[in-house]
Design a protein around this ligand. Structure first.
Ligand code: FPP
Length: 224
């Protein structure tokens, strides 16, 4: 039986969820943040899932209207401050991945504070991808390898990435069937699941049903 040790999710569809209700797109992000909490808590209580990586803000998302970007930054900061106690209560270690240097100093500080506060949590690790793009991650990894004079091989490259653990199961909500520059190396052998459900509507029941399907998949990793 397959259990994903590392589950990665592209959380898509917040804007459409809001627009279909006559609401501003940002309302969808607010609701999406609630789904993040539900799914994280579910995974924290699932004894075999070790890491949950969520695509929250991509290197391309800066191209969105200024107001939406500003809203997302504020939401993130407010949400992280509130979430600290939820992480602790669920024994979740929080970790941000991506190039954080582009964020404001207060947001960077909040991220570091929550990372430090949850450092000793031993249950699930939630990695939140912020200003993350796989290509950017690979470039930063190669720079790191050169600076450390690492041997250029697959093992060292994986180790130099923001997340070294391979993804077992990758889910994308919102109906599109693409990876959008997310976990390209880590997902080399991942099973991919695409659902039309918009992220704010994605439920723990649907996740459970995807996990049940995943349990039965035969994973060959290039072998027979
Ligand atoms: C994609 O929906 C979602 C995002 C670009 C941001 C993801 C953000 C959240 C889930 C909420 C904030 C997260 C945290 C952790 C506080 P979209 O806007 O591309 O939706 P669309 O495809 O319908 O336009």
């Amino acid at each position: 039986m397959n259990i994903p040790r590392h589950l990665a999710i592209i959380m898509d569809g917040n804007g459409r969820w809001a627009q279909s209700r006559g609401l501003a797109r940002v309302k969808g992000h607010e609701r999406g943040a609630e789904t993040v909490r539900d799914i994280t808590t579910f995974c924290a209580n699932h004894s075999r899932i070790e890491r949950l990586t969520l695509y929250a803000f991509s290197t391309e998302n800066w191209k969105r209207p200024k107001l939406e970007v500003e809203f997302l930054m504020k939401l993130l900061e407010r949400w992280l401050k509130n979430e600290r106690d939820v992480y602790l209560a669920n024994d979740v270690r929080f970790e941000a991945i991506g190039d954080l240097s582009r964020f404001s100093d207060p947001l960077q500080r909040t991220i570091r504070e929550v990372e430090e506060a949850t450092l000793t949590c031993k249950g699930l690790t939630q990695s939140l991808a912020l200003n993350y793009g796989s290509r950017d991650e690979i470039v930063r990894a190669i720079r790191r390898m050169i600076a450390q004079a690492d041997p250029i091989d697959e093992a060292h490259l994986l180790r130099a990435l923001d997340v070294s653990m391979e993804v077992d199961l990758l889910i994308r909500t919102g109906g599109d069937q693409r990876l959008s520059n997310f976990m390209l190396l880590q997902a080399a052998y991942a099973e991919l699941f695409f659902t039309p459900t918009l992220w704010p509507d994605f439920s723990t029941d649907e996740l459970q049903s995807i996990l049940t399907t995943f349990e039965r998949v035969e994973r060959r990793f290039g072998g027979l």
